[in-house]
Design a protein around this ligand. Structure first.
Ligand code: SIN
Length: 338
C-alpha cells in the first residue's frame, strides 16, 4: 500500500472509530414524554400541551420528544393518574378535583365561591402556601410542576337555574371530588361522578340532567350546548390544573434536560395563564351567539343565596384542607373587583 493510500485508510478508520465512540450518544433515541389529557386542543390546557410539545421540539428536539394525547384518546383522568404512577405516561394536567385522593389540601380549589376570579387565583399561586401545595403529593410519587388555569365553573341543565332551589332533584355530573359532590348535595341536587369524556352522552341519554360546574371553554368544546338548554353564570368555583409528573421519572432525567424542561414549562405556564380568560370569554360569546343555550345571569341577591346555600361545605372541609390554606386563598381576593 502506498504511503498516501495508507494515510487515507487510517483517516477513514479513525473517523469510524470516532463515530463509533460517539455513536451511543449521537444515535441515542430521544426520551419520550407522553402527555395525556382529556380536553380539546382549542382550550387553555390543550393549547398549553401543544406549545410545550413545540418548544421542546425546537430546543431539545434531539434529546426529548413530547407526544400529546388530547380528548381522552389515551386515558381518561382516573386511568391517566394510574398510568402516571406505573410510568406508562409521564405528564398530565388534571383538574384539582381529581387530586384530592393524593392530597387532602388539593381539595382547596373545589370549595364553593372561594376565589372571586382568576386574578385572585393567580395571586394565591404566588404565595408560599401555594408552593407547598404543589409539593403535597410527593408522598405518592407525584410531583407538581406548575399551576395551569382554566376558569370559573358554570352549571348547565335543561332547567333554568336562577335560584338555588331550582337545582333541587337534578342529577348533575361532578368530577371525582367529595367536596364537589357535597356542594351539589347542599343545593339539594344529586351528584353523579362521571368521566369527562362520558358527559355528553350522559346528557343526551338522560343518565344525567346536567353538570354541576365547568368552564365556558370546556362547555363549548365538548358541545354540551347541543344537549343543554341552560347555563347559569354562577362562577360557583374554580376549575384549574396542576401539571404533574412522576417524581422518580423527573428526578432521573439528565440535569441539563430537566433544567431546560423547567424553563420551557415556566414559559408555557405564563402563556396558558395569560390566555385562559380570553379563551373562556370567546367560548362564552360563541355559546351566547349560537342561540341554542340561554345564559342565565344572577343578581347580587341571588348570588348571595347561592353562596349561603353552599357555605356549609367550606366549614365541613376546613380541618381536612387546612384553615391556613383557606385563609390564604380568601386573602388573595383582596384586589379583585367583586
Ligand atoms: C378538564 O378540564 O381537564 C376536565 C375537567 C372535568 O373532568 O370536568
Amino acid at each position: 500500500m502506498s504511503r498516501s493510500s495508507l494515510k487515507r485508510a487510517l483517516g477513514l478508520a479513525g473517523c469510524s472509530l470516532l463515530l463509533f465512540a460517539a455513536g451511543p450518544s449521537l444515535a441515542a433515541d430521544p426520551i419520550v414524554i407522553k402527555f395525556s389529557h382529556v380536553v380539546a386542543n382549542d382550550t387553555p390546557k390543550g393549547q398549553g400541551a401543544q406549545m410545550l410539545q413545540q418548544l421542546v421540539e425546537e430546543r431539545l428536539g434531539d434529546r426529548v420528544k413530547i407526544e400529546v394525547y388530547p380528548n381522552s384518546s389515551l386515558y381518561d383522568d382516573t386511568k391517566g393518574l394510574n398510568a402516571l404512577l406505573t410510568g406508562d405516561v409521564q405528564l398530565l394536567a388534571p383538574s384539582m378535583a381529581k387530586l384530592g385522593q393524593y392530597s387532602k389540601s388539593m381539595q382547596l380549589y373545589d370549595l364553593p365561591f372561594l376565589f372571586d376570579d382568576m386574578q385572585a387565583v393567580s395571586r394565591f399561586e404566588q404565595t408560599p402556601e401555594a408552593t407547598k401545595l404543589l409539593e403535597s403529593m410527593e408522598g405518592h410519587g407525584i410531583l407538581g410542576l406548575a399551576y395551569w388555569h382554566n376558569g370559573m365553573r358554570q352549571p348547565t341543565a335543561n332547567t333554568k337555574m336562577q335560584e338555588p332551589r331550582d337545582m333541587r332533584g337534578l342529577k348533575l355530573r361532578v368530577e371525582p371530588s367529595n367536596v364537589l359532590a357535597d356542594q351539589v348535595k347542599a343545593l339539594r341536587a344529586i351528584p353523579r361522578k362521571m368521566a369527562f369524556g362520558e358527559v355528553y352522552q350522559g346528557m343526551q341519554t338522560g343518565v344525567i340532567d346536567g353538570q354541576a360546574g365547568n368552564t365556558w371553554s370546556n362547555i363549548q368544546t365538548q358541545k354540551w350546548p347541543e344537549v343543554q338548554q341552560y347555563v347559569t353564570e354562577a362562577n360557583l368555583g374554580v376549575l384549574s390544573y396542576v401539571l404533574i409528573t412522576n417524581d422518580s421519572f423527573w428526578k432521573g432525567l439528565p440535569a441539563e434536560v430537566r433544567t431546560e424542561l423547567n424553563d420551557i414549562i415556566a414559559e408555557v405556564t405564563e402563556s396558558v395563564n395569560d390566555n385562559a380568560d380570553r379563551l373562556n370569554n370567546e367560548a362564552r360569546q360563541a355559546i351566547a351567539d349560537s342561540g341554542s343555550t340561554t345564559i342565565t345571569t344572577l343578581s347580587a341577591d341571588q348570588l348571595a343565596d347561592w353562596r349561603e346555600a353552599t357555605d356549609s361545605v367550606i366549614d365541613k372541609y376546613r380541618d381536612e384542607i387546612g384553615d391556613d390554606l383557606i385563609r390564604a386563598a380568601q386573602q388573595s381576593n383582596q384586589g379583585s373587583t367583586d
